[in-house]
Design a protein around this ligand. Structure first.
Ligand code: ARG
Length: 581
């Protein structure tokens, strides 16, 4: 399959070369979808200046050398000098026909990059909040998409599994008993456990109980590698892992234990990070702490903001670990590019870490690092989503509620189905709705969490797209044909048929674009538009009751491609496609 926009670009470029000389042959012909034709080439406007000629003249010169008769049925200059390009129906039909035999549905296979992809990254003994939900869902969609494009994605779940709070958590674990119900809370309601430990700690600081000082002692033991302390720490991490996996299982994300690479993974590298930085003169002592001062990073009153790599008490922090992480990803994972799907507020942190790593020679120029910034999820009050009592929303509860609400809708719409069937559909629809809501807006913008909107069967929602593919399946069931058997010759006569076919050609390009720009919402928008062209298509183009056998065969083949594109597209987003709903 050929991407029309790309083919047209190449054709216009060679016309540019022929018309104005070889130095113009790599000018961007600015091909864009158009209201007045399928595409518009806007190159003449910019070229006119460069050539000192009128845009319409430039367009006319391009047209003289433009050879697109095999793919366009109409080429004309309009307005100030746009070239309107209208594709031939038989060309479109041939292209869609080739998708029928293409397991990749037009998605290009790119030369593989090693891509460590840092996403999800919740913290041990803490609740995964909706922010983590979003980094998990967006990261997983990127992992799936980049993999489909042919890359070697190395998922890295940088969980927060180290630091001073573990002293208090371990002591609390000992007090409640390792096998107690309270300890089990870590696998279901980690915040409750964390809060209990925190309260004990704070109260003992003000009172006579020695809990706080025991907790501090524990931190020292943990850092010095005391075996029994490490065992208890591993126990805590294990409980949290059970909890994370419960959430990942519900969400249907591709993260497993083998992708865990928490902060503690890098403990052995931290001394060297600091020594090297100090040795190279990149880090200096300031108020007892070892700091990196980078040009251009200043705070209030132009005071330089340091990246602290060793605190005055000798401890290492979040930044030190991330510096070690960069070294590991470059040296061991052989990264070609590194992606971090993390909340937007950490932008400054990453910039400083990478700048430091570049200075130290740990991050070569040709290894690109990108922070895929994740915006906040808001409640209906416009503030960060919390429960009515002001606590962070429990993710498990949120997902369960989505499924429950979906179940109500399914029960209403499909009373004919058995209970198990309905429950399975409700799970796919409920979870799909939550994930899709995250993926349908740009990852760096805020959005309001709204069950009613995300579960609606109309609009740019998960259920709408799931329904679009279920509807195609039901056509095949009614027709007594398997989608795979629809292999008729495709022709595109009707306008709605033509529009649908053309839309299908856009799948490959949009997936490639998501991989380049790291913006899954572009795929969502595409799928939504595809579903809309299907709706219009059904209005004008009956499939099973088409006018002739040939037309019926053609339409069945066309919707079979649409079905595969929808299912594949939703799968790249991590959204499941129910057989019926
Ligand atoms: N655990 C951190 C948090 O919850 C996110 C970690 C992101 N990844 C990283 N390499 N720093 O905010």
């Amino acid at each position: 399959m050929a991407d029309p926009q790309e083919v047209l670009s190449r054709r216009v470029q060679s016309a540019l070369g022929a018309a104005f000389g070889p130095e113009f042959a790599d000018t961007d012909p600015v091909i864009r979808p158009s209201q007045f034709a399928d595409y518009q080439a806007n190159a003449a406007l910019a070229l006119a200046k460069r050539l000192g000629r009128k845009p319409r003249e430039v367009s006319a010169a391009i047209m003289e050398h433009l050879d697109v008769s095999d793919m366009c049925r109409e080429v004309e200059v309009s307005g100030p000098g746009f070239i309107n390009l209208t594709l031939r129906e038989d060309w479109i039909a041939t292209q869609v026909q080739s998708l029928l035999d293409d397991p990749r549905l037009g998605v290009p296979e790119q030369s593989p990059d090693n891509i460590p992809l840092d996403y999800s990254a919740p913290n041990v003994a803490k609740e995964m909040h909706v922010g983590h939900l979003r980094t998990t869902v967006v990261g997983d969609a990127l992992a799936r998409t980049l993999e489909f494009l042919g890359h070697n994605v190395v998922r890295q779940n940088h969980i927060g599994d180290w630091g001073t709070p573990f002293g208090m958590l371990i002591e609390h674990l000992l007090e409640v008993g390792e096998d107690s119900d309270e300890a089990q809370l870590l696998t279901t309601d980690p915040n409750a456990f964390y809060q209990a430990a925190r309260t004990k700690f704070d109260e003992s600081e003000n009172g006579s109980d020695a809990f706080a000082s025991r907790a501090r002692g524990r931190v020292v033991q943990l850092q010095s590698g005391d075996e029994e302390t490490l065992r208890l720490w591993r126990k805590l991490v294990g409980f949290s892992r059970t909890y994370f996996n419960k959430v990942y299982g519900k969400l249907g994300v591709t993260l497993t234990d083998e992708h865990l690479a928490g902060e503690s993974t890098y403990n052995d590298m931290l001394d060297a990070v600091c020594e090297d930085l100090e040795g190279k003169g990149i880090a200096t002592m300031s108020d007892g702490a070892l700091c990196v001062f980078l040009e251009g990073y200043t705070g209030r009153e132009d005071k330089p903001v340091p990246l602290i790599v060793r605190k005055s008490d000798g401890g290492y922090g979040y930044a030190t670990t991330d510096l070690a992480t960069v070294r590991y990803r470059v040296d061991t994972l052989k990264a070609d590019r590194i992606l971090y799907v993390v909340g937007a507020p950490q932008a400054m942190h990453f910039k400083m870490v990478w700048a430091t790593a570049r200075k130290a020679g740990w991050l070569p120029e040709d290894v690109e690092t990108t922070h895929v910034q994740i915006g906040n999820v808001l409640g209906s009050d416009g503030k960060i989503l919390r429960t009515r009592s002001g606590e962070p929303v429990r993710l498990v509860q949120l997902l369960d509620e989505a499924v429950e609400r979906a179940a109500e809708v399914v029960a209403q719409n499909r009373p004919d189905l058995g209970e198990e069937d309905r429950a399975e559909i409700a799970r796919k629809v409920g979870i799909g709705a939550v994930k899709y809501a995250d993926l349908s807006v740009a990852h760096d913008t805020e959005y309001t969490f709204d069950f009613d909107r995300m579960l609606a069967l109309t609009g740019n929602t998960g259920p709408y797209l799931q329904y679009a593919q279920a509807r195609i399946r039901s056509i095949f069931r009614k027709g007594g044909v398997e989608p795979e058997q629809a292999r008729g010759e495709i022709s595109v006569a009707e306008g709605a048929e033509r529009a649908l076919a053309l839309k299908l050609l856009g799948f490959g390009p949009v997936v490639a674009q998501v991989g380049d720009l790291l913006q899954p919402h572009r795929l969502s928008t595409y799928l939504f538009e595809l579903a809309q062209s299907l709706t219009t298509f059904y209005e004008y183009c009956p499939v099973l009751t088409a006018g002739s056998d040939a037309e019926r065969e053609s339409r069945l083949a066309l919707v079979s491609v649409a079905l595969r594109v929808l299912v594949q597209g939703l799968d790249l987003l991590g959204v499941e496609s129910p057989e019926y709903m």
